[in-house]
Design a protein around this ligand. Sequence first.
Ligand SMILES: Cc1cc2nc3c(=O)[nH]c(=O)nc-3n(C[C@H](O)[C@H](O)[C@H](O)COP(=O)(O)O)c2cc1C
Length: 327
Amino acid sequence: MFKLLRTISEKLKLDITFLKEMRCYFNIICRHNGSSRTMSNPDKLLSLIMRECHVLEKGMSLPDPHFPFGAERACSLIKLLKEYVKIPGYDKETASSVTATIRSYIDYNETHGAALPEVVRLLNSLPESVLNARHDTGTGGVIEVDTISIVAESKNDFEHLLKSRHSHRDFSNAPVPVDLIEKALQLASCTPSACNRQAWRTHVFSGQEAHDILDWQGGCRGFSDKIRTIVVVTSNLNAFFAHEPMQAYIDGGMYAMNLINSLHYEGLGTIPLSCGFPLTKLRKLHDHGIPEQEIPILIVGIGIMPEKTKVAKSTRLDYSKTNTFHE
Ligand SMILES: Cc1cc2nc3c(=O)[nH]c(=O)nc-3n(C[C@H](O)[C@H](O)[C@H](O)COP(=O)(O)O)c2cc1C
C-alpha cells in the first residue's frame, strides 16, 4: 500500500513538473512567435522577409523550374520590404541583399522568356535610397558551383569544409554508395552530447519509401525526385530526464549538423529538410518504423552532385548582428 502511494505521488510530481514547464513554454511562445503581430515587430518582420527571399533563391536553384515562377510570392515580398524600410534603423545590408535577390530573380525569369511586369513595377516603387543602396553583403540569387572544386575544398581544412558546403537541390541519377553513408555516420558520432548520452538515432531510406517520406515532408517539391537516399535523424526522448526534454532537440540538432558536414566531407551532396511540424503530422513517421520515443530532428536528403550545379547563395548576416560581447 505504502509503495503504491509513493508511486502515485512520484507520478503526480512529475505530471506537475511537465504542466509547469508547458505553461512557461506556452507563455513564452505566445509572446515570441513569428506568426502573430509580425508587421509591428521589426525582428519578426525581418525574419519573414529573409524567409520569403530565400523562397525565390530556392526557386532559382531548382533543376527544372516552370517559368515564370513565384510572381505572387515576389510581389508579397516587395510589399513586406516596403513596410520594413519605413522602420527607423532598419537593417540596410539585408534590405540591399533582398533587393539584389529580387533583381536576379527577375533577370532569371526574363532570360527564360518570362517577363514579370508587376514585380518590376512594385520593385521600382521602393524608395530610391533602398533601390540604390549597395552593400558588400548585397548580393543574392544563385551561384554556379562545380563538383570537383567542392570535393577538393571539403578535403582541405575546416574553414574550406564549412565554406564549400551548400544545400543541393539537384543530383545525378547515380545511387549513393552505402559505405560513404556509413563512414559519415561514424564520423558524426564524434558529436558531443549532454552527459555523453548519444541519444541520436538515424534511419536510412532509399527507393519508394524515401520518396513517400519526402512527399510527406513537402519542403522539397520541385526536386524531391532527384534525391536518392535520405537519413531521418531523430533523438531518443528516453535518454532525458523530466526537466530536460528540450535537450533532445539540442543534442539531435548538433548531431544532424555534424552528419551533414561528414557527408559533405565524403563528397556527397546534401539538403537538410525540416521536421518542424506539428506532432499530429510527425506521428505519421511511425508508419515508417520510427518509434514513438524518437522525436524527428531533421531529414537529410543525399545524392551525388552533378558536374556543375546551381545553389542558392543564402547570404549570411554579419556575425556582429547575431553576437553580443558582454562586458
Ligand atoms: C532545419 C533546416 C530545415 C530545412 N528545411 C528545408 C526544406 O524543407 N526545404 C529546403 O529546400 N531547404 C531546407 N533547408 C535548407 C535551408 O534553406 C538552407 O540551409 C539555408 O538556406 C542556408 O543555405 P546553405 O545550406 O546552402 O548554406 C533547411 C535547413 C535547415 C537547417
